[in-house]
Design a protein around this ligand. Structure first.
Ligand code: ATR
Length: 280
């Protein structure tokens, strides 16, 4: 009897990768859409990543998500699109005609979450982005793509903000880390891409009271779900977009590329991941 074709499976490649919420998200979509498929976690040490990706198809995978510390290597081991190249890191891999392609879905995760949570945010002319790491590169790319005229960028280490300005051009304006107060009154969008406000980290010292009344505040941190920054913004009646929303939205395209259907970020999915994040 001929062997039954195996259902398509994707995986998350990380080291260590045990605490990811990605399996919960993709299993929910597989179940909801009635697709027979799989999503596993593969803990791959740095010395094995080249071999693992070279044999991805042989191992039975139609594609993968990639997380720390492999995102930069994944870019070099695949054919990256403009987004992965701009961020300098790939988080999603898929095969097309036998070739392994990659992208970075943090950009669309950030933008689609803002669209869902604060429609009309892109009428902003001035955005203030805090942080200049990999996540910040995704955010800056997205803001420029959506036509934000000036992206002010503040980072504790000034050289990293300058590096992003050099990469992205004149619309990105570095600001001193301790001078953000002057910019807040004309920033219609404030985005935190630093780890400040995360559990175990100091809070972010930004006075949201200085923002204009129409301002939107986005935080990429999702542990805790409601950061002190988001709590302060909500208390002031400002629109907000949270890190969990971005996490869910960035997962959409991988699923679509691997399993052929575009899944939705539903309130039910959000509740499922929230419950997992807050369980003790
Ligand atoms: P990611 O890829 O998630 O952006 P990263 O590259 O490690 O991660 O960047 C972390 C960001 O948080 C950086 O902008 C970092 O500032 P530095 O470039 O000065 O390191 C910022 N960050 C982390 N801890 C901070 C702190 N205590 N105060 C201010 N900024 C901090």
């Amino acid at each position: 009897m001929p062997a039954q074709p195996r259902p398509p499976a994707a995986c998350l490649i990380g080291w260590p990768a045990a605490h990811s919420r990605s399996p919960l998200i993709h299993h929910y979509w597989l179940r909801r859409l009635g697709i027979e498929g799989g999503y596993t976690i593969e803990s791959v040490p740095p010395e094995d990543i080249g071999d693992f990706i070279a044999r991805l198809a042989q191992r039975g995978f139609v594609g993968a998500n990639v997380t720390i510390p492999h995102k930069e290597r994944a870019l070099l081991l695949s054919v990256p699109d403009e987004r992965a190249k701009a961020v300098g890191a790939a988080n999603t891999l898929w095969f097309q005609g036998g070739t392994l392609f990659s992208t970075n879905t943090d950009i669309e995760g950030f933008l689609n979450n803002l669209d869902a949570a604060a429609a009309g945010w892109d009428t902003a002319t001035d955005a203030l982005v805090l942080g200049a790491g990999g996540a910040s590169r995704a955010v800056v790319f997205g803001l420029l793509e959506r036509g934000i005229a000036r992206v002010h960028l503040a980072n504790r280490t000034a050289g990293r903000a300058q590096a992003l300005a050099d990469q992205f051009g004149a619309a990105v304006l570095p600001v001193a880390w301790n001078a953000t107060g002057e910019l807040l009154p004309r920033s219609q969008l404030l985005v935190n891409t630093t780890s400040l406000g995360m559990h175990g980290q100091p809070p972010l010292a930004v006075d949201v009271g200085l923002l204009p009344v129409e301002a939107v505040v986005a935080d990429l941190v999702y542990v805790p779900l409601q950061t002190p920054l988001l709590a302060a913004a909500r208390a002031r009646g400002l629109k907000t977009a949270d890190g969990l929303g971005m996490l869910l939205h960035q997962a959409v395209r991988g699923f679509e590329l691997w399993f052929g259907r575009r899944p939705e970020v539903t309130p039910e999915l959000r509740a499922l991941v929230e419950a997992d994040l807050t369980k003790t």
